[in-house]
Design a protein around this ligand. Structure first.
Ligand code: EPU
Length: 424
């Protein structure tokens, strides 16, 4: 089994470019299915989830070529409306193919998606949205079978929660539906805006992206385009927290500070100095960290659930007691027992964690419970005394491009061991 082996205690210093956003590239690649032509997507991170998305595109009959971080998708011909079960189960975001395939083919068949086990993760809002636009949905024997009843027709879709995935599916289905669709209580994440910008550059007519009400005027067809994926705000927050807990000095380039408006003030509250310039963020933390009063996860523009585990690590080594409330997913404290193995003092009850800071964590053998929980354990290993081994790295590879190499560039001591063989 592969593992990261980390020698903790080294200050991280230096600068880094932030990779493209995983949660942007996946729906954008799915959206290319709607385009009868070629789309060239730049800044695609090299991740196992991106690979899985490429496999789905190929299984649908699309031509896909990858050159470094650029992926070209030719969906002139789409020959299949079915996603094989093994690919559906590999990741949660496979569900956004639902809107794209039905929008293109008028029908789609798939099973429920997989992904990190961070909660129940139902898809009722996705199905509600597609039904509103005229799609019949049958759920039978573990399969979801969708078929356009007569034709796709725009309507009002009111989401009871601003679900990222359901907003994406509503967008993908409405761009070529007849008439106007209004998505009320839409998700406002930057990844939604990126998807809308991509679709508009293909000829879609979407307004209100980034706001709670999005309006889509359906068009007959979309054309090919070239698009650059936005930077990954969660990866950015990972490196910033790694810098903070090691009392380092990190500069991130090629980033969008505004995406981290709910995160950077908490780093300041913890005692870091944060300098923002145009596309760069510099975080220094020469002195020890202080408690953060309350960290409450919320839909964007609130504090992101995907950064919660990282801040659990940060507050574990901060002076004083911090409180973390996880409002988005029911089971997103699975990293806590692993942090406790490293000497953290954390109690959880339901959606609340109370973190009593300790002077130092110590190295231990731990297992990634999920993608962000795994990243939080790597960050804990970087500041712990001694050696930490983080297993289940497959979870981490889903979202982080060249994690160990990047941390080594920043003076971290981390290597990937594959089946016991030391490899970098
Ligand atoms: N929900 C429902 N019904 C639905 C859809 C969602 O009840 O039909 C609930 C979920 O169970 C959850 C909440 O709504 O409790 C939020 O889910 P949402 O649909 O917003 O999340 P998602 O689309 O499944 C994306 C990201 C997640 C990120 C969340 C929240 C992708 C591929 N995934 O998931 O990213 O945590 O939005 O921001 O975009 C990650 O990158 O590690 C990750 C888990």
């Amino acid at each position: 089994m592969s593992a990261y082996i980390i020698n903790g205690g080294r200050r991280l210093n230096g600068s880094l470019n932030v990779q493209g956003s995983k949660n942007s590239v996946l729906p954008i690649l799915a959206a290319t299915v709607l385009v009868k032509g070629k789309c060239v997507i730049h800044n695609c991170p090299l991740l196992s989830d991106t690979e899985c998305t490429v496999k789905i595109l190929k299984s649908l009959g699309c031509g896909v070529r990858r050159e470094g971080n650029t992926i070209t998708v030719d969906a002139t011909v789409v020959s299949c409306s079915y996603i094989p079960e093994d690919l559906m189960r590999e990741m949660r975001s496979s569900i956004v193919f639902l809107g794209a395939i039905v929008g293109r083919m008028g029908e789609a068949t798939m099973c429920a998606p997989g992904g990190c086990e961070i909660g129940l993760r139902p898809i009722d809002l996705h199905l509600y949205a597609v039904k509103r636009l005229g799609v019949n949905v049958i759920e039978s024997h573990g399969k979801i079978i969708c078929k356009v009843a007569e034709k796709l027709k725009g309507d009002k879709i009111t989401l009871s929660f601003p679900s990222v995935g359901a907003t994406e599916n509503a967008l993908l289905l409405s761009v070529t539906a007849k008439g106007t669709t209004t998505i009320v209580n839409a998700a406002r994440e930057p990844e939604i805006t990126d998807l809308c910008n991509f679709l508009n550059s293909c000829g879609a007519r979407i307004s209100g992206a980034g706001e709670s009400i999005i309006t889509v005027e359906g068009v007959d067809r979309l054309h090919g385009t070239e698009h650059t994926v936005i930077c990954d705000r969660i990866v950015a927050s990972t490196y910033l927290v790694a810098g903070a807990v090691t009392r380092g000095d990190i500069e991130l380039k090629n980033t969008e500070p505004v995406y981290l408006n709910s995160v950077l003030p908490l780093l300041e509250e913890a005692g870091c100095s944060v300098n923002v310039r145009c596309k760069s963020i510099r975080v220094k933390c020469p002195m020890g960290l202080r408690r953060i009063d309350k960290i409450i996860t919320q839909p964007y523009p609130g504090f992101p659930t995907d950064s919660q585990a990282l801040f659990t690590t940060l507050t574990s080594v901060a002076r004083g007691t911090s409180v973390i409330v996880e409002n988005i997913f029911e089971s997103r404290f699975k990293h806590v027992p692993e942090l406790v193995r490293m000497g953290a003092r954390i109690r959880t009850e339901g959606r609340v964690a109370v973190v009593e800071g300790v002077n130092s964590l110590y190295g231990a053998d731990v297992l990634s419970p999920d993608l962000r929980g795994g990243a939080a354990l790597v960050v804990a290993g970087l500041c712990a005394e001694g050696v930490t081994t983080v297993g289940n790295v497959g979870f981490i590879d889903r979202g982080y491009e060249n994690l160990s190499q990047n941390l080594c560039v920043l003076n971290g001591d981390i290597r990937l061991s594959i089946s016991g063989e030391g490899k970098n």
